[in-house]
Design a protein around this ligand. Structure first.
Ligand SMILES: Cc1cc2nc3c(=O)[nH]c(=O)nc-3n(C[C@H](O)[C@H](O)[C@H](O)COP(=O)(O)OP(=O)(O)OC[C@H]3O[C@@H](n4cnc5c(N)ncnc54)[C@H](O)[C@@H]3O)c2cc1C
Length: 394
């Protein structure tokens, strides 16, 4: 049986960043990915300063910047009335406070940057068509079994295998949790976007049970949109079918929105939809030589745009702890989860709450409070962002 010292399952943003961070810390890093190619879906992703600082330290920020867009502002508008709610200015004060700006880019472009850096690094090895079907944990080693019947033995297994993680099943029998929201997303060539879009801004339209996110990606060549709404037909018994959240519900969900939102929603390719899931935070995600990372460890709703950013933080933390503990896996895994669980659990919980704030019904105390708090802050008031983006001043 082949022996791999450090083995990562999953070549998504989390796994790929982990391989790069481990390699740069001096460890051999091997990824097994079930898909025939390393790929991401054709939509955008937002990266906040907490992730960008790590990508900078990994030496890939210049490559990210070549394909990303750095929006001037994040503007919140009401989806029904079009009323301005608040603006976050990503200009100089923001950059000085957090050491980085805010970037939005195509997911495929981000993965390509990470993949290229991994391929160039002599300590990273990558394998596709490797689906893990079973994992045995034996205290000081773990054995991974693949769908093709082969097996690898490893001293340290990192499950970066996403929301439906196989590795997580070793630690918990919990299930993904949906709140009946479904997302449609995709990127259009900018010259096909027949909307009065503000190309320098990211815009989030929030309203009752729905929101729409819009921003340019790929150097401004594409326009990314994500429309999310609560499906009225969701029932637990039809959760794993496509009988809820269909395209007819998309149009209906935004029917009372302002004209710009309605016109934007018409431009979606509705052939694919993504039901939204998170999970309850775990208080332990390590067993023997198996640990979890990214969505496998702490899947979260996307309202804070932090799922991938937290996976990037995980990768950095794991590599740091392995160095700090001179490669002692048991100590490093324990220190890694001790550092990461409180933070990621908080982000998971706040993301849930943030969704409720966005989706508050009109004329309720929550929407009134939201609009008042939003309305009172100035664009360069970052007080409530420090905990997440980690102000360098605190
Ligand atoms: C609508 C939406 C918008 C979002 N927007 C943002 C955002 O703006 N910013 C942000 O930071 N985050 C965002 N997120 C969250 C982000 O997409 C995820 O947190 C992130 O992609 C997780 O990365 P990961 O590598 O942990 O998992 P994944 O991307 O799921 O990767 C897991 C990998 O493991 C592989 N795999 C799974 N099982 C096996 C197996 N058994 N054997 C081998 N390989 C396996 C999969 O094929 C996959 O390649 C958003 C999420 C959604 C749904």
């Amino acid at each position: 049986m082949r022996h791999i010292p450090l083995l990562t399952i999953g070549g998504g943003i989390g796994g790929m960043t982990t391989a790069l961070a481990l390699a740069q810390a001096g460890f051999d890093a091997h990824i097994v990915e079930q898909a025939p190619e390393f790929a991401e879906i054709g939509a955008g992703i937002q990266l906040a300063p907490n992730a960008l600082r790590i990508l900078d330290s990994l030496g890939v920020l210049d490559a990210v910047n070549e394909v990303a867009v750095r929006p001037r502002n994040l503007v919140f508008l009401h989806a029904d009335t079009g009323k301005h709610l608040t603006t976050i200015d990503f200009g100089t004060p923001f950059r000085e406070r957090y050491g980085q700006s805010y970037s939005v880019l195509h997911r495929g472009d981000l993965l390509d940057v990470l993949l290229a850096a991994c391929r160039e690094h002599p300590k990273v090895t990558l394998e596709n068509n490797r689906q893990v079907v079973d994992i045995e944990e034996h205290g000081t080693t773990a054995v991974v079994h693949f769908a093709d019947g082969e097996s690898y033995r490893t001293d340290a297994l990192i499950g970066a295998d996403g929301l439906k993680s196989r590795a997580r099943q070793l630690l918990s029998d919990d299930k993904p949790v949906t709140d009946a929201y479904v997302a449609y997303r995709g990127a259009l060539p900018m010259d096909q976007v027949d909307l009065p879009v503000e190309q320098d801004d990211e815009i989030i339209w929030v309203g009752p049970d729905r929101h729409l996110v819009q921003y340019p990606i790929r150097r401004g060549e594409l326009y990314n949109q994500v429309a999310v709404f609560r499906s009225p037909s969701y029932r637990p018994e039809i959760e794993h079918t496509d009988r809820w959240g269909g395209p007819d519900e998309l149009t209906e969900a935004f029917a009372t929105s302002c004209v710009q939102v309605r016109e934007s929603v018409k431009m979606f390719n509705t052939s694919r939809r993504w039901p939204m899931y998170d999970r309850e935070p775990l208080d332990n995600w390590t067993r023997g030589r198996v640990t979890l990372l990214g969505d496998a460890a702490h899947p979260m709703f996307q309202y804070l745009a932090q799922g991938a950013c937290q996976a990037i933080e995980d990768a950095d933390c794991l590599a740091r702890q392995l160095v700090k503990h001179s490669g002692d896996i048991d100590e490093a895994f324990a220190a890694y989860q001790a550092e990461r669980i409180p933070r990621t659990a908080l982000v998971q919980r706040v993301a849930r709450g943030w969704g409720q704030v966005w989706h508050a019904h009109n004329d309720t105390p929550l929407s009134a409070l939201r609009d008042r708090v939003f309305g009172r802050r100035s664009p360069d008031d970052f007080t409530d962002l420090d905990w997440l983006y980690q102000s360098l001043a605190v």
